[in-house]
Design a protein around this ligand. Structure first.
Ligand code: NDP
Length: 444
């Protein structure tokens, strides 16, 4: 049994009942075999064993009171996974599916993603099994205040800087920040994704979706291709999906389908994004309203049917494991040419193989959706420097970062003999920097 196999076997034994964490660790570690073969000193230093073990896991009780006076208790998590190259950084997810396995998979991915941005940020992730859907603003505030009443002891502008993720947008970040400031009496960059009136950065809202399209456009450019005239499917209709749609449309693509967790809409002439924004951002409604408001558009219950719509580009932007092997086969059969992951781990391991064997250009999440955290790091830089950059300035930096990520993962894939395999390229390029820093720090 080689080093990687030994570490994976042990990880599964020591962390039972964590399937998402096993999946992410398997995807990452198996691609690192050529790197650890080249560096026998890593095994001697127990590097992989340390890499897959979070530096710290905090789990806590989050009690709050609803509008009827009823007491609820949720679970809160913060996994501080790896601080070798900078303070822990990664989002908070509020969704009923959240558990330790999901937070650990996200945290592990985050280490490599943050490394790929080229900026000094370590990896972390957190959240709660709280469901913000259908809650009043006051209930959301009560929950966020309770969550931060514990979290404040573990985070800090130079220690751990959380951001948003599923279920945590500008409103939640505002309440979390307000409570942190109240407890610590510090107005510092302890959270990113803040409002523009209190330390936020322009472009942060758009960053993940825009970045996803920038990196895909660069992969297209390298092949003499572009978004112009392409038919695109985007899953989800949240923050990442909406701004991926906006940028893809601005580059001349036709986005024909999107979904929320109930079902998908199909608009053969191209989605009218202002209507999606009105439904999802303003009214916090359901996507099926789109088909009621737009003639010629249709709505179907259930999500997976979206992948049966023929397209040139698929941008999964909702959640983990939304594309399974079967959906991937249908996409390939229908001629998809590019798949770029806006969500974290939206493709199963089997689906990734189908794409790679089917000649699809596949850009994995840790590279493709790194624009969000990269812009968060730009927000941190502005906070520390007491500066405020223009939209154009931040957008230009974001674009450069995404273009660089594409070329770095392309180069790493080629160097290790896996030309065009961006799963290999992203994991290797991200890992080498973290491994170098961990080796420099000794056994810690
Ligand atoms: P949002 O909460 O804004 O949107 C999530 C969208 O996905 C919603 O449309 C939601 O539907 C849908 N969704 C969530 N869970 C499911 C499910 N189980 N089945 C079907 N649809 C689902 O989140 P974000 O846009 O911020 O995040 C989306 C993905 O992108 C996540 O994987 C996240 O980790 C990743 N990501 C986000 C970044 C960011 O900057 N926001 C940065 C990097 C990655 P509904 O409206 O019904 O809830």
């Amino acid at each position: 049994m080689n080093y990687v196999e030994k570490v994976l076997k042990n990880l599964k034994k020591l962390n039972p009942n964590e399937p998402e964490f096993h999946q992410a660790a398997t995807e990452i570690l198996t691609t690192l075999a050529p790197v650890v073969d080249k560096h026998p000193e890593y095994e001697a230093a127990g590097l992989l064993e340390r890499f897959v073990e979070p530096e710290r896991v905090v789990m806590f009780r989050v009690p709050w009171i609803d509008d009827k006076g009823k007491v609820h208790v949720n679970k809160g998590y913060r996994v501080q996974f790896n601080s070798a190259i900078g303070p822990y950084k990664g989002g908070l997810r509020f969704h009923p599916s959240v558990n330790l396995s999901i937070i650990k998979f996200l945290g592990l991915e985050q280490i490599l993603k943050n490394s790929l941005t080229g900026l000094p940020i370590g990896g972390g992730k957190g959240g709660s099994d709280f469901d913000p859907k259908g809650k009043s603003d006051r209930e959301i505030m009560a929950f966020c205040q309770s969550f931060m009443t514990e979290l404040y002891r573990h985070v800090g502008a130079d220690t751990d800087v959380p951001a948003g993720d599923i279920g945590v947008g500008g409103r939640e970040i505002g309440y979390l920040f307000g409570q942190y400031k109240r407890i610590r009496n510090e107005h510092v960059g302890v959270l990113t994704g803040r409002g523009l009136a209190y330390g936020g950065s322009l472009v942060r809202t758009e960053a993940t979706g825009y970045g996803l399209v920038y990196i895909t456009a660069e992969a297209m450019k390298a092949r003499g291709d572009s978004f112009k005239g392409k038919t695109v499917i985007i899953s989800g209709s949240g923050n990442v999906a909406i701004y991926a749609c906006e940028k893809a449309q601005s580059l001349g693509a036709k986005v024909v389908a999107m979904y929320d967790s109930n079902g998908y809409i199909y608009d053969p002439v191209g989605i009218k994004l202002d209507i999606i924004k009105d439904i999802k951002e303003v009214k916090r409604g359901r996507i099926k309203e789109y088909a009621e408001r737009v003639a010629g558009a249709t709505y179907k219950e259930g999500c997976s049917g979206i992948w049966t719509i023929p397209c040139d580009v698929a941008l999964p932007c909702a959640t983990q494991n939304e594309i399974d092997e079967n959906s991937a086969k249908i996409l390939v059969k229908n001629g998809v040419k590019y798949v770029a992951e806006g969500a974290n781990m939206p493709s199963t391991l089997e689906a990734i193989s189908v794409f790679q064997n089917g000649g699809v250009v596949f850009l994995p999440a840790k590279a493709a959706n790194a624009g969000g955290v990269a812009t968060s790091a730009l927000e941190m830089a502005q906070s520390s420097g007491r500066m405020f950059w223009s939209f154009e300035e931040v957008d230009e930096k974001l674009k450069n970062i995404m273009v660089n990520i594409y070329h770095n993962i392309d180069k790493a894939a080629k160097e290790y003999g896996y030309d065009g395999n961006y799963v290999m390229g992203a994991n290797i390029a991200g890992f080498i920097k973290v491994a170098t820093a961990m080796m420099a720090h000794g056994i810690v």
